[in-house]
Write a protein that binds this ligand. Structure first.
Ligand code: CAA
Length: 240
C-alpha cells in the first residue's frame, strides 16, 4: 500500500538504504537531511525520493517541516527516526556542548518528531514508528557517554511510546544496529575499528541494507502485533 513515510537523516548511510528500501516496498518516501546538499540532491535525482532540509534537534524546524509535508502530501503514516551524530571523546575531554548536541540530535529528535506525528496516527488508527538505536546504547562504548546515553534513551522511549500507541494501531519499535559500514563508522580510528571487527562473530561490518531490511519488516502493514521490540542487527557482536 502507498503510505507516506518520513525517514530522518534519510539521504546518506543507513538512512539512505532505509529510504530506498521503503520506496521499493511501494511507500511514498520523504527523506530529511541537515548538512549535505549534494548527497540529498543526488538521491532525489536518482530515485525521485523527496528530500527536505531541517534540523531534527529543533522542535520549531520539525514542526514547520511536518506542517509542510501535511499540506503537500498528507499525514505521515510511517516515521523512521534515524538521524544521528557522534561526538566521541572520553568524559575528561568531552564538553557540555558535545553532550547536549548528541542528546538533542539523537534523542530529542525522537520526541520532536513523534510528538508531531502522533495525533494524526491516532486519528487514522494506523502508524508505524521506528527509532534507530544502537549496540552502543545496549552495551555502552568507551568514549561515548553522550551517544550511549542517547541511544539507550531511545530504547526506553520506544517501549514507553509503544504502550501509548498500541490501542490506536500505532506500533513503535527500535532497531539496534551494530557497526555498519558508513561514514560514521569509517571515522573511528582504524586501529580501534580493527579491534571492534575482530569481536564481530560474522567477521564483517554490517551493510546499510542489513538495517533497512529490519525497518521494512517492522513497518509492514501486517506487522501489527510487533510493538515495543528492539531488534538487534549486529552480526552477533552483542546478543541482548
Ligand atoms: N576500552 C578500554 N580502554 C580503551 C578503549 C576501550 N574500548 N579504547 C581506548 N582505550 C584506552 C587506550 O588504550 C588508551 O590507553 P593507553 O593510553 O593506556 O594506551 C586510552 O584509552 C586513550 O585512548 P585513545 O588514545 O584512543 O584516546 P583518545 O582520547 O585519542 O580517543 C576515543 C578516545 C575518542 C574514544 C577513541 O578511542 C575513539 O574514537 N574510539 C572509538 C569510539 C567508537 O567506537 N565510536 C563508535 C562510533 S560509530 C557509532 O557510534 C555507530 C554505532 O551506533 C555503532
Amino acid at each position: 500500500m502507498t503510505r507516506l513515510a518520513l525517514v530522518t537523516g534519510g539521504t546518506r548511510g543507513i538512512g539512505e538504504a532505509i529510504s530506498r528500501r521503503l520506496q521499493a516496498e511501494g511507500r511514498k518516501v520523504i527523506a530529511s537531511y541537515h548538512g549535505n546538499d549534494a548527497a540529498a540532491q543526488a538521491l532525489q535525482s536518482a530515485t525521485g525520493i523527496v528530500v527536505m532540509k531541517f534540523d531534527v534537534a529543533s522542535f520549531a524546524e520539525c514542526e514547520a517541516a511536518v506542517k509542510r509535508i501535511h499540506a503537500e502530501y498528507g499525514p505521515i503514516e510511517i516515521l523512521v527516526n534515524n538521524a544521528g551524530i557522534t561526538r566521541d571523546a572520553t568524559i575528561s575531554k568531552q564538553t557540555r556542548e558535545m553532550w547536549a548536541e548528541v542528546i538533542d540530535t539523537n534523542l530529542g529528535s525522537c520526541f520532536n518528531m513523534c510528538k508531531l506525528v502522533f495525533d494524526d496516527m491516532r486519528a487514522a488508527k494506523f502508524g508505524r514508528i521506528v527509532n534507530i538505536g544502537s549496540i552502543n546504547g545496549q552495551a555502552g562504548q568507551y568514549g561515548q557517554v553522550n551517544y550511549a546515553a542517547a541511544k539507550s534513551g531511545i530504547h526506553g522511549f520506544t517501549k514507553a511510546l509503544a504502550q501509548e500507541g498500541a490501542r490506536f494501531g500505532i506500533t513503535v519499535n527500535a532497531i539496534a544496529p551494530g557497526y555498519v559500514d558508513t561514514d560514521m563508522v569509517r571515522a573511528v580510528p582504524p586501529d580501534v575499528l580493527q579491534k571492534i571487527i575482530a569481536r564481530i562473530p560474522m567477521g564483517r561490518l554490517g551493510r546499510a541494507d542489513d538495517i533497512a531490511r529490519g525497518v521494512a519488516f517492522v513497518t509492514a502493514d501486517d506487522a501489527d502485533f510487533i510493538t515495543g521490540s528492539t531488534i538487534s542487527i549486529n552480526g552477533g557482536q552483542h546478543m541482548y
